[in-house]
Design a protein around this ligand. Structure first.
Ligand code: IMP
Ligand code: MG
Length: 189
């Protein structure tokens, strides 16, 4: 008998100490968010915008769960340095391909921590004069917030801890895990 659900993931879960959000709970919540979005944006052909790479799993699942026509586009950013990151300064490595003017834009984020990165990106997108600009975040860490960001849709509130899985990585590992988990402290060393 094997009672440890982590064992089922073998090598993929090495270093994970505990499952915080099991896969079926995430699936249900993503469907509920998609239902709300499908209702609120009916007839508006929303554009879902994501930042690579952490949002890839959430975006794919959310998009497939939305029951109205919707478009998707991505951007990529990098930090100049740890210090500039702390000020929310990021470099746009890949911009969106879609013009935003007059569009109903829904910014889809995997996780919001301090909110500094997202705050910067929202200002950039707002300057392009979309018809509307809202935020949908799957994992929110409200206790860590340094700048206030209005969130239209929130999946889960998380404690101020580093988590992995469902797209979130530690040094490019753990993205493919279907659940969200906490790492062993030794992994950080
Ligand atoms: P912030 O909101 O500007 O502090 O930065 C959020 C970004 O930091 C996210 O887009 C992630 O890339 C990363 N991040 C924050 N918390 C976590 C976590 O718990 N696991 C993995 N990445 C995280
Ligand atoms: Mg991200």
């Amino acid at each position: 008998m094997n009672e440890d659900p982590l064992q089922a993931y073998g090598e993929l879960a090495t270093g994970v100490r505990e499952i915080l959000l099991p896969a079926d709970l995430i699936r249900q919540r993503v469907q509920a968010l998609a239902d709300d979005i499908s209702r609120d944006y009916a007839g508006l052909n929303p554009l879902l915008v994501g930042v690579l790479k952490g949002v890839l799993i959430f975006m794919a699942d959310l998009l497939r769960a939305i029951s109205i026509p919707a478009e998707v586009d991505f951007m990529a950013v990098s930090s100049y340095s740890a210090q500039s990151r702390d000020q929310g300064l990021v470099r746009l490595e890949k911009d969106l391909e879609t013009p935003l003017a007059g569009r109903h834009v829904l910014f889809v984020e995997d996780v919001i921590d301090t909110g500094l990165t997202l705050n910067y990106l929202l200002r950039t997108l707002r300057a392009r004069q979309p018809a509307s600009l809202e935020v949908c975040v799957l994992f929110d860490k409200p206790q860590r917030r340094l700048v206030e960001i209005p969130l239209r849709y929130t999946g889960f509130d998380l404690p101020p801890r580093f988590v992995v899985g469902y797209g979130l990585d530690y040094r490019e590992r753990y993205r493919s895990l279907p659940f969200v988990g906490l790492l062993d402290p030794e992994v950080f060393q």
